[in-house]
Design a protein around this ligand. Structure first.
Ligand SMILES: *Cc1c(COP(=O)(O)O)cnc(C)c1O
Length: 566
């Protein structure tokens, strides 16, 4: 039996995602969406859920980030060798793009759970001798290129992805579209499930939209309009040709442009947002659809530092398969053990900072972490709005900062924010130690979310759909200090699991900054230095009340019962 056949006994749920974070060495992801896709498959492996994931091979990755002395982000391709991690499969499928035939092959990556589960991940690749030079690059650059390039990638993912699963012999019983990028798979399914023409009356459509809707589930991921791909129909015609009739395409995908979110909504029976508030906002953005909420979660073992994993193994065995057990962490684990596990994680982070050429940080000083995509709505500048105020807080209650994050190569505002944060690092040098660690990726995220004392998040409401890095922190007993947006609306119990920044949803950025300074100065830092046992109480609150809930096992059990099994 060859490797692929070992996955063909059971009908599977096919999970389509433009990006997927399989491991740090495989740069086929850019940020939270890819991390979520990876955690989804990791949980499927733990729970033996019979999924198969489809994504692009992205041979040049997203990009490798360096920051020069002036604070400018530089981007280099992050080439990786698929053969090192995955197996080339024999099957090839073809698709017509820009009036020529493009061949697509696939790599099989096997995602393995420590519990023994294995899930196939198929990474689509057009870099084949059979293809013209230009077409060989279609699956190269994650989120690179222009609209034409993006539409070609989405056609590979959605259309060639469905064909590849069929060619390989997978029996798919449900499709899950992780974001609208793969929505063209619905069009491919429409064509596959079309009624025979002789059975169709002249005024009827041959397409069995109901059957396709029964098969599809769609998760939308952002309230930001620019995050929803829209392609001019002229471009769609140029790239895809006449794949289905225009009036139907417009009915499903929107009148003026092909809106991939609308297309996915119209072809999916089950649709959801990624947190309660995000589902409410998505329902307003796309009225008329029944928008459910399945709040995101993170994969327990992946995001838990070894020091805490050892503790949980000892005091709460079974937590990897059933993270709900962590609900008892507050009573089951001694305070001293929690504090020691945290010191181990903190020391490991500080050692890493020295290894990569950074400064020596003092492990007794309160350390705040901030790492995520650097883009305007995440407001990495909020903390620095009033440098004098920040210095005066640090004089009374010393703290230090560790920051990381990439800006999309075309996000000029995001790049300017990195440069601005960089200038702040210089300006505050004498008063507050601040480290910006370049090239944020999975391994670095894992060190950061465990090694700091406080995880900070300052998004512009209501644009943080969910956020997941704060959930990772909770598995390591690191409390969140965050604007009430995304998951934190559900996760925050003031003073018990962490702290909210401001409670006025209409507050200006200046007011949010003032609330942040006040909370740091009067609540968070005094507690850190003044009452260690109460502080450990909050650490335990984060684990027992948040990690026990905001995990991908709870999330996947909900998708299984409410989406896949319906
Ligand atoms: C978790 C993670 C993210 C997402 O973080 P948010 O807080 O949701 O913005 C992005 N990048 C990496 C490398 C991560 O590990």
């Amino acid at each position: 039996m060859n490797l692929i056949e070992s996955f063909l006994h059971v009908p599977r749920i096919a999970y389509f995602s433009m990006e997927i974070a399989l491991r740090s060495e495989i740069p086929t992801y850019a940020g939270g969406l890819g991390i979520l896709a990876g955690d989804t498959l990791r949980t499927a492996a733990d729970l033996n859920m019979n999924m198969v994931a489809v994504s692009l091979v992205s041979r040049a990755g997203y990009f490798r980030q360096t920051i020069d002395a002036a604070g400018q982000q530089n981007e280099a391709p992050q080439l990786w060798e698929p053969a090192q991690w995955a197996t080339r499969m024999g099957a090839m499928v073809s698709i017509d793009l820009l009036d020529r035939m493009v061949w697509v092959s696939g790599w099989l990556y096997v995602l393995e759970s420590p519990a023994g589960g294995r899930q196939p991940v198929i990474l689509l690749d057009t870099d084949l001798m059979e293809n013209q030079a230009e077409d060989r690059l279609i699956t190269h650059y994650l989120y690179g290129g222009d609209d034409r390039y993006r539409l070609q990638q989405e056609a590979i993912l959605g259309i060639a992805g469905v064909r590849m699963l069929q060619a390989l012999g997978f029996q798919v019983r449900e499709y899950h579209l992780n974001e609208g990028h793969s929505a063209l798979l619905g069009i491919e399914l429409l064509r596959r499930y079309a009624f025979p023409l002789e059975e169709v009356r002249q005024d009827e459509s041959p397409y069995d939209i109901l059957s396709v809707r029964q098969l599809c589930n769609f998760t939308t991921h952002t309230p930001i309009d620019a995050g929803h791909d829209k392609f001019p129909y002229a471009l769609v015609d140029e790239v895809l040709g006449p794949i289905i009739d225009k009036p139907l395409m417009q009915r499903l995908g929107g009148g003026d442009r092909l809106n991939m979110t609308l297309l996915a909504l119209n072809l999916s029976e089950y649709v959801n947002g990624v947190a309660v508030r995000h589902a409410e906002i998505s329902a307003k953005m796309f009225p008329g659809y029944h928008m459910r909420a399945v709040t995101n979660g993170v994969h327990p073992r992946t995001w838990t530092h070894d020091s805490f994993a050892k503790l949980y193994n000892l005091y709460l065995p079974g937590w990897c398969r059933e993270p709900e057990i962590l609900v008892r962490a507050d009573h089951a684990i001694p305070d001293a053990a929690i504090w020691q596990a945290h010191q181990d994680a903190k020391n490991a982070l500080f050692r890493h900072i020295i290894e990569v050429g950074g400064p020596h940080l003092d492990p007794d000083i309160a350390t705040i972490g901030f790492a995520r995509r650097m883009t305007a709505y995440k407001r990495p500048d909020l903390l620095f709005i009033d440098p004098d105020r920040l210095i005066s807080i640090a004089q009374r209650h010393p703290f230090q900062l560790v920051i990381a994050g990439k800006a999309h190569p075309r996000d000029e505002t995001g790049k300017a924010l990195i440069a601005w944060v960089h200038s702040m690092v210089q300006q505050l040098k004498e008063s507050i130690p601040i480290v910006f660690l370049p090239d944020y990726q999975m391994d670095l995220a894992k060190k950061l979310v465990a090694g700091v004392d406080i995880w900070l998040n300052t998004p512009l409401r209501p644009l943080e759909a969910s956020g997941t890095s704060g959930m990772k922190a909770t598995f390591n007993g690191v409390p969140n200090l965050s604007i009430l947006d995304g998951w934190w609306i559900e996760g925050c119990i003031e003073g018990i699991t962490g702290w909210a920044i401001g409670d006025d949803p209409d507050a200006s950025t200046e007011n949010d900054a003032a609330s942040l300074y006040q909370k740091l100065e009067t609540v968070v830092l005094p507690l850190f230095y003044g009452d260690r046992s109460a502080w450990i109480g909050v650490m335990k609150g984060a684990i027992s009340k948040n990690a026990s809930y905001f995990n991908s096992h709870r999330m996947m059990r909900r998708y299984a019962v409410e989406a896949y099994m319906q």
